[in-house]
Design a protein around this ligand. Structure first.
Ligand code: FAD
Length: 494
């Protein structure tokens, strides 16, 4: 096959398919090239309020109404019961020490939504990515799967991609193949280290029969209907339940986790509560061992090509930063497509993608360094939750300029680096309390979720009053915020 397109997208995860659909809506001819065949397993499953909002904004702006139901648990289950997903009401953290049960002070519970209908989801990627590819095809994207690509070569008018029985030329190529992906190899791009991030690895699979955690009285949301993070010295385990009986679970760690089921058992057996949760669990596919988890490509865009954020780098599954970073990138590349490949937006895209990756790495690196000190870990996590909830509210109020970058990293009043450095020096309870006070003061101008209130003892419900009361921080009135809450169905009808 030999053909000529405006845009070639390599890799048909949800992000490649989404960008391909958008380009079609913008009137471009598009080919989408996939190495595998759908449906297929993919990791990266947990959404956040910000990632769902970004998807909603893209689906609305580029007239992709079929994607809208996937932005909330309630509409998803009503409209697409055939696509598996899981309910994510918040972020659950338990701190573990070998041989010891976690206590009340070992918990951090941050609600992301007040009720199931408007909650976030975990995506069962085999189903979701197949759906996105079908939607891309419906939008007029040419889709080829099971392709083997060998090379990419820039020339005056565009870029030529060659593979087995395949030659495609395009004016522009977007690489959506994930870390160390197609263009990174084909163009022999350098790999750079991520600042302050330890080398990490992962071991994960899908299970059935994963137990629910012990019942707790009156938590802000059901703790299992969430992204569960089990934190311990040097690493953590995620547990994401899908409604089809499957649970995604895995470990990411700065130490060697080993390979296969025996390594998994050795790890979970160290912690009584996790051992109980996995006592009857059965892996339904082989364990995946990723020996080098984090990644950063030294170059993100050229004259005729760009890596999506998910191909340009990856930090860690902690805090589900992959989807929002990727969707911000899709949104910016959509602008590049709208305004022309030669527009300055492309170099801005590369710079923003790199800056956001580095800011994420610095925060997550500091979180790794504090996994043996839960009070510090909690305080640092509030930086993320403050930035994320402020950004979401700003966008919902129609003020995206207040939160133009992930983690507010380009906001001069939200420069986290000195705090992250100080967190690494905390040695005792006094220093830890002083850090926590400093972080409370630091996030105060952005805190729209009551974060750090000592009375809440690290249980944070989704409380409308928190947002109404803090409206002036966003240059808004109580009424403005009340309208936003109404629009997104924050309060149950009736
Ligand atoms: C262990 C782990 C857990 C994660 N958990 C989360 C999470 O909970 N939340 C979150 O937000 N993010 C998470 N992430 C990040 C998340 O996986 C990515 O942000 C997301 O998958 C990006 O989607 P994508 O469509 O860009 O790429 P991918 O999902 O990586 O899809 C890439 C596609 O490209 C195809 N491909 C690869 N090479 C080639 C080639 N040479 N030619 C053609 N096709 C090719 C692949 O087959 C695949 O279909 C996690 C990542 C890891 C590693």
């Amino acid at each position: 096959m030999s053909a000529d397109y405006d845009l070639a997208v390599v890799g048909s995860g949800f992000a490649g398919s989404l960008l391909a659909m958008i380009a079609r809506r913008l009137g471009k001819s598009v080919i989408l090239l996939e190495r595998g065949k759908h449906p297929r397993f993919a990791i990266g499953e947990s959404t956040t309020p910000l990632s769902n909002l970004l998807l909603e904004e893209l689906a609305t702006r580029y007239d992709l109404p079929n994607l809208l139901p996937l932005c909330k648990w309630g509409t998803w289950r009503q409209t697409h019961p055939e696509l598996a997903c899981g309910l994510k009401r918040g972020f659950t953290f338990y701190h573990h020490q070998p041989g010891r049960e976690p206590q009340r002070d070992d918990q951090l519970l941050v609600a992301a939504s007040p009720r199931d209908a408007i909650a976030d989801t975990h995506w069962y990627r085999a189903d979701v990515d197949s759906f996105f590819v079908r939607e891309a095809q419906r939008a007029g994207v040419d889709y080829r799967e099971e392709v083997r690509l060998n090379s990419a070569r820039e020339h005056d008018g565009g870029i030529a991609i060659e593979g087995e029985r395949l030659a495609v030329t395009a004016r522009f190529v977007v690489d959506a193949t994930g870390p160390r992906g197609f263009l990174h190899r084909a163009l022999a791009l350098p790999e750079f280290p991520l600042p302050d991030m330890p080398p990490t690895q992962a071991l994960y699979t899908h299970f059935t029969d994963v137990g629910r955690l012990d019942k707790i009285d009156n938590p802000p949301y059901p703790v299992d209907d969430a992204a569960v993070h089990h934190i311990f010295d040097g690493g953590w385990i995620w547990v994401l339940r899908f409604a089809n009986g499957i649970t995604s679970a895995g470990a990411a760690a700065a130490f060697s986790v080993g390979e296969g089921e025996s390594a998994w058992r050795r790890l979970v057996d160290r912690f009584p509560a996790i051992r109980r949760q996995f006592a009857s669990a059965k892996a339904v596919m082989p364990f995946v061992h990723a020996p080098r988890l984090s990644f950063r490509s030294g170059t993100i865009a050229g004259r005729r090509w760009a890596l999506l954020p998910s191909a340009a780098g990856f930090v860690d599954p902690l805090l589900s930063t992959g989807f929002p970073l990727t969707l911000l990138g899709v949104s910016r590349l959509a602008q590049v497509i709208e305004h022309g490949w030669e527009s300055p937006a492309l170099s801005t895209y590369a710079r923003q993608t790199e800056d956001e990756l580095l800011a994420t790495a610095r925060l997550i690196g500091a979180l790794y360094a504090s996994m043996d000190n839960f009070p510090v870990f909690v305080s640092l996590s509030l930086l993320y939750f403050a930035a994320a909830s402020f950004s979401e509210t700003a966008r919902r109020l129609g003020k995206p300029h207040l939160a133009g970058s992930f983690l507010l990293h380009d906001n001069p009043r939200f420069q986290m680096q000195p705090i992250l450095e100080r967190a690494r020096t905390v040695r005792n309870d006094v220093e830890s309390r002083s850090l926590s006070d400093e972080i409370r003061r630091f996030i105060e101008p952005f805190n729209v979720a009551g974060l750090g209130d000592p009375e809440r003892r690290n249980w944070y419900p989704a409380d409308a009053e928190d947002m109404l009361r803090t409206a002036p921080k966003l240059g808004a009135s109580r009424e403005d915020v009340a309208r936003v809450l109404d629009r997104c169905g924050f309060q149950a009808a009736g």
